[in-house]
Design a protein around this ligand. Sequence first.
Ligand SMILES: Cc1ncc(COP(=O)(O)O)c(C=O)c1O
Length: 497
Amino acid sequence: MNKKAEELKKEILRLTREYSTLLHQPNLPASKQQLPFVPGETTIPYAGRVFDADEVEAAVGSTLDFWLTLGKEGAAFEKELASFLGVKYSLLVNSGSSANLVALAALTTHKLPTHKRLQPGDEVITVAAGFPTTVAPIIQLGAVPVFLDNHPSTGNIDVALLEEAFSPGKTKVVMMAHALGNPFDLGTVLAFCRRHDLWLIEDNCDALGSTYSLPCEQAAALGITENSPGIPSNGKCITRYTGTWGDLSTQSFYPPHHLTMGEGGAVNIISRSPLKAYAESFRDWGRDCWCASGKDNTCNKRFEWQLGELPKGYDHKYIYSHLGFNLKPLDPQAAIGRQQLKKLPFFIEARKKNWEYLRVGLADLENFFEFSQPTHTTAWNKETGFTWDGSGCKTDCSWFGFMLRVKSSAPFSHTDLARHLDQKKIGNRMFFGGNLVRQPAFVQLKRDRPSAFRVVGQLSGADEIMSKALFLGTYPGLTRAMLDYEIGVIRSFCVPS
Ligand SMILES: Cc1ncc(COP(=O)(O)O)c(C=O)c1O
């Protein structure tokens, strides 16, 4: 870059920081916000972007470079994310939904042996309540979702009917989300996958930074022997981040999530490297070539391949081994993501603290609410914390939200509470699509094609979540004053003075 241009860029970035510091005060982490909170007047979002001048400078800097398409920032972010999680590769995509689509599409490749390849009509085990685009790719790729129930208190799969859902020769994949940051029962699900040689895709979109601990012997039996990077060993359990236990996992970087790049997401390839080439191919138009954008002939055989029925020597850059998509984000988005990643350990801690604060603050309202429980816990107590089940497995949640269910005996419904919170400007959400099979899209699908999906069991847990649950935010922008106000409003709604 010439000297004058370099000086100009420096000045633009200096001004950018100044501008951001002036303008983006409400987007700072709670501990740095200096704006007054006016109860009842200031809106409390359930989630949102938390950033400072670093992200804005990174976005502007990368935009000034004007490479635009995924480039050096993308490559660096992919490496940094993979190294944070301790997975082989991370591939950036333009959303969590795209990540789910690409991850599952990778398993449809003809390059896999037939018994491992997901083909039209094959089955994918999932759960009924959750976000629609965990499930939509299954149908979009011609496979059949098999819905199991959610445990109402964890939001996660009720593993009781896993074996019943299995269909020999047809079931190829288990794909589901860690609900609102709460890891699903990975010990049971992984053992099931190993027993039947199934792929596991963890939708980790809402759970970046959550950990799951499995007793060492059980983990070793599954071939898992190492903790995630930076997590010290306690000699009893293997502790790893969610999103690093299965074969593939996915992230969303849409603003309410743990990190944001505006729109964005990632597919994590946990250990088997060929999956990276398949996922990358589906992300990048279906191409066979693996050259990074702007590079040619990385394979050194650009004009020497003979694939399909193409003439020998046909340009490898334009050889397509899959019917792919183009789901890449932009480089300035990756530049933002890199700055966010540096703040991730702090974000995770803040989410945990906010959940705990709400739990303690609302503890005496147990006549009205059932509070969500981390998987493998059986109870919670203000003094002693969680009681664990006898499995030896533990979870530590990087919470996406604080979910509660309104008891049937309460004199109000969850919709009444949601309306009241709305009036009081307190952000709240239902558990995404609730029982998805009751959504118009799935009702229509069943009408059009009765074999489009299968349901195993009653889905009464998913229905309960749909009709009784809502969640409050736990994001790092929530100040103590906001959380206290939320607690106060809920308390006086339950017990009017
Ligand atoms: C569990 C889960 N999976 C996938 C997605 C989709 O992510 P995106 O909005 O980035 O497409 C979401 C969205 O919030 C989600 O909660």
